[in-house]
Structures are given as C-alpha cells and as structure tokens.
Design a protein around this ligand. Sequence first.
Ligand code: FNR
Length: 358
Amino acid sequence: MKSVRGPVNVREFEHAARDALDPVFYDYFASGAQDEVTTAANEAAFRRLCLVPRVLRGLGPPGLETTVLGHRTSMPLLMAPTAFHRLAHPGAELATARAAAGAGVVMIAAMLATTAIEEVAGEARKVDENAALWFQLYVQPDLGFTEAVVRRAEAAGCTALVVTVDSPALGRNERGDRNGFHDLPPGMRCENLREIGGDVRGVVLSPEISWRHLDWLRGITGLPIVLKGVLHPEDARLAVRRGVDGLIVSNHGGRQLDTTPASIDRLPVIADAVGGEIPLVLDGGVRRGTDVVKALALGASAAAVGRPVLWGLAVDGEDGVARVLSLLRAELVNALTLCGCDSPLSVPRDLVVEGGGR
Ligand code: FNR
C-alpha cells in the first residue's frame, strides 16, 4: 500500500501549521481567551458525545448536498469567518476563497480580512460563478461606517450578513499580551476598513450595540441576517421574534468570554428554543466528520470550521485548505455511512448519547 504524504487529518494539519508558522502568528490563531477553558472544552465535548449507529438500513452511499439558508452547498460544512488570513499565507483570503468555491462550500468572509471583499468575491467567482459568499459584520457605533461596509458587501454579491454578537468587547488574549501581538505587521491592512484607513484598531467593539441596531440593520438591507454567537435560549427566541434569518451557535472558538460551555453542549437547548423556525449552524471544535454528524443530530443544518481552514492555509495555501475540506468531506461520508444515514437531513437526534448513556 502507498503511504500518504502530508497530514491525514485536521490534528496533523495543526501540527504541520505550527511548524510552518511564525510562533507569534500560530499563537494568535490557536489561542483562546484567558485560561482557554472554552477553547479546550469545545473539542473535549465532541469526544464525550458518542454515536449510536443504526444497522441494516440498506440506504446505499450517502449524499452530502444540502441547503443552508436557501443556499445549495456540497456538504453541511461552512467556513467560519476568521480574521487576518495573510498572517497564515501570502495567498491570504484569495486562496481561501478559491478553495471554498472549488469545494462548493459557503465561505463567511470576515470584516477583519486582509483582502477586500470585492477581490475575495471576484476570485471565488473565477472558480465558480455561483460561489456562495456571506459577509461577517461587527456592527459599529458609527452607523454611517457600518452602512458603508454593508453596501460594499452587497455590491460584491454577498448573499447573507453574519452579525457577530458575542463581542461587546474584545476577549482577553494572554498569549497575545505575552507576545506583544496587538496589531498587524507593517504592510498588512484590513482592506474592508478602507473608510477608516484600514487600521484594525479603528474597529469599535461596543457594549452599546443592541437589538435596536439589529432593527436598524434590517431596515437598511434586504440581505438575510444571521446572528453569530448565541448561546442562551432566550436570545435565540428574541432573534426569531425579531425576524432574524438564522443563528450560528458559537462561543467564538473560546476567544471571547472564557468558561462558556462548549458550543455543541448549547445546541440542543437552542434547537428546542427555535423549534425549527430558522436554521442553526454550529461552530467550535469541529475537527472530524463525526463531529459534523453530532451537530446535525443535535439540531444544526450545518457545522462550520474556523481554525482547521487556517491550518490548511498555513501549510499549503489554497491546496492546503482544499485538502482540509476534502479530508472532512471523506470523513463525513464515512461517518454517515457507518451511522446508517443517507443524507444530512436524515440524522436522528437519538444517534447521539452522552458517553456511556442510554
Ligand atoms: C475567529 N473567529 C472570528 N469570528 C468572527 O465573527 N469574526 C472574526 O473576525 C473572527 N476572527 C477569528 C480569528 C481567529 C484566528 C479564530 C481562530 C477565530 C471565530 C470563528 O468564526 C469561529 O467562531 C471559531 O473559530 C470556531 O471555532 P474553531 O473551529 O476554530 O474551533
């Protein structure tokens, strides 16, 4: 048998990325807030949850295609928004966008990208003219600036706005403090922040942002609005009542408030709260096809990955990201088959039990 060269799973991609990256940038990508309890909990929770497969169902090989928020996607996996791709690889967000479009998955482009959204969209469309791109937004107290960013995302053809709501302040990142990493290196800018000179320090994460701002946003754009960072069922209910189109159940990969529960542990209670009225996406600690299956079973329409994409990008640019996505795709096909499921929509809740549970 021929041996495989290079990483064979996401964990090995992380190891290879750590070898490839400047240690300060590796710390920026890998770290969580303070004691990193939540960052570790996200992955640990998936290991604690067990899959109970069904047998002899004779369904044949599973199809992975599905829709999220009306968008067709080749598998129930999205790219979560992550800032500063240029720190990982000179190809930056253009490389990531090509890999996402090539794989037929939705990329959520970050407001704090090091490449302008217009260029990211153009690059994705070179690969697939129907490539789906959503735009992640931090609503700014300066509504004029916020609106300018939204208009750019609309004009670039983004088809949803992902509003990150878990960031009324920046989480305390102690690895960053120790490394003195508080700004982009010379020559790198946040290209979606041109209106304020491209300086990330001009972005305001404000505790004054409220549902009122969401209503304002609803009034200025026709794009579907997805809230990212909801962990409490009452907030999920409020979001449904306010006409929000989808939720990302997320603790920001443990980078904001430390000691929040693992996001997968909040998914069932959020799914109960929204009662199927709007789609849910789950992110935080997804590293295996089996993790995606667990998210589907517990009520998500899809899962999303943050760091795994960055590891692929750091290791080998577009090809590295493409390889991470194809590994996860193969793992997902395998996991669904072994569970006795033939599609992302046919994953029953009773497939997942707590370790040793009934
Ligand atoms: C993020 N995340 C994030 N989220 C967001 O809404 N806007 C952003 O600019 C960023 N930036 C960012 C940078 C880096 C380096 C990381 C690791 C994460 C959070 C991201 O969207 C997602 O919620 C988590 O990354 C999911 O967890 P995993 O997959 O990284 O475990």
